[in-house]
Design a protein around this ligand. Structure first.
Ligand code: PMP
Length: 408
């Protein structure tokens, strides 16, 4: 076991008589002991509601809760910590932008541009917005290689476009999209740039000022943090224009009998008791990621993909979706084995201790685009090792052997 693996107690276990190889990181990452300790220390020592109390525990909880906002601000290089809004996750962040911002700026006849590789949570909120407003949803095509077709983006993003919303990294093929160039294109056409950062924040340095994006949504649980906590970044002037999504305790300034006034950004969005433990856990996750360093994370993941992708491509009857060049992938690799249903492959791999995901990965339009019902997805993170990659390859070969006479 390497040094980093030691920080992740869950990885040190036997599953189905084999060493656990966790390759489902795109679904959710594992948590280092530092994150688990931060959450349990909060409950053991500091548990109190935030902002409301003057007692010591409430002050401690509030300090840690607000400290995470600074950590996120520094992580993504936002101009102000007030541009950081706590959400449940990427899904909630994208929905909030569609519901609260989208309804203000999108009118009948306008267009919203996404791509064929989007996760459902970056498609459905825009579909609903289009239904409500009479706007049209357009999809940027992919190249044969499975990358975003920038020439098609140039055709789809026009003066009619009001919002462009694209994932920075695909949760199916691991490709990374040119967000800076897309944001420039969107702005040149008078549109706003929204980014789904669910699969990029865990793996790469994201600088919202350099990319010049208007909104960025991501999830804590995919970047070593707890579930149920996410971030919506928005440029201050845009967040200020947005109405709160939930009204009630904590987000108000004054409540009169017939009207109320609200707190300033970001607190006006954070109605009710928040996921305090989740926020504190996310703070610890960011500390851990910063300690390892994105450069090191990218280097480790690149080494892993460079090691495993050619081995996968050599397997007879195995198709990899998306680019075949290792440097065009995050740690996410989708594939199928001829004649074996992806769910059968995933079940067989689990019998060898290898945890992968099979299915449409919440990207049904992409599956249709690729003309396949589903894929097997192996998603690596920086704590995975070459031994994990070897166990995956061995398990795939064993699966092929097992099903060599067919699946029925
Ligand atoms: N977008 C992408 C690209 C994702 O991979 C995911 C999670 N699978 C989401 C959005 C949704 O994230 P969450 O379920 O944490 O809201």
């Amino acid at each position: 076991m390497n040094e980093i693996c030691r920080d992740f107690p869950i990885l040190n276990q036997i599953v189905n008589d084999e060493r656990l190889v966790y390759l489902d990181n795109a679904a959710t990452s594992q948590k280092p002991k530092e994150v688990i300790d931060a959450v349990s220390n909060y409950f053991l020592r500091d548990n109190a509601n935030v902002h409301r109390g003057v007692h010591t525990l409430a002050e401690r909880a509030t300090e840690q809760f607000e400290q995470t906002r600074f950590k996120v601000k520094n992580l993504i290089n936002a101009k102000s910590e007030r541009e950081i809004v706590y959400t449940k996750g990427t899904t909630e962040g994208l929905n909030w932008v569609a519901v609260s911002f989208g309804t203000q700026v999108v009118k009948s006849g306008d267009e919203i541009v996404v791509s064929y590789m989007e996760h459902h949570s970056n498609i459905v909120p825009w579909q609903i917005l289009c239904e409500k407003t009479g706007a049209k949803l357009k999809y940027v095509k992919l190249t044969k290689n499975g990358e975003l077709d920038f020439e098609d983006a140039k055709e789809k993003i026009t003066a009619k476009t009001k919002i462009v919303s694209i994932a920075q990294a695909s949760n199916v093929m691991g490709v990374v999209n040119p967000i800076k160039e897309l944001a420039k294109l969107a702005h040149e056409n008078g549109a706003y740039m929204v980014v789904d950062g669910a699969q990029s924040l865990p793996h790469m340095k994201v600088d919202v000022q350099d990319l010049d994006v208007d909104f960025l949504a991501f999830s804590g649980h995919k970047m070593l943090g707890p579930t149920g906590i996410g971030i919506l970044f928005g440029k201050m002037e845009l967040l200020e224009r947005m109405s709160p999504l939930e009204y009630g305790g904590e987000m108000i300034d004054f409540v009169e009998l017939d009207h109320s006034t609200f707190k300033e950004v970001p607190w006006k969005f954070e109605g009710g008791t928040q996921n305090i433990a989740g926020v504190i856990g996310l703070g610890a996750a960011i500390d851990y990621l910063q300690d390892v360093g994105y450069e090191e994370i990218e280097k480790k993941e690149h080494e892993l993909v460079e090691y495993v992708l050619p081995k996968l491509l050599q397997i007879d009857g195995l198709t990899v979706y998306g680019p075949k060049e290792p440097d065009k992938h995050t740690g996410v690799i989708s594939f199928n084995l001829d004649g074996i249903h992806p769910h059968d492959v995933a079940t067989a791999l689990d019998m060898e201790g290898v945890a992968v995901r099979a299915g449409h990965h919440c990207a049904q339009p992409l599956m249709k685009y690729l003309k396949i019902p589903a894929t097997v997805r192996a998603s690596f993170y920086f704590y995975n090792t070459k031994a994990d990659a070897d166990q995956l390859i061995k398990a795939i070969l064993a699966t092929k052997e097992f099903f060599k006479h067919g699946t029925i």
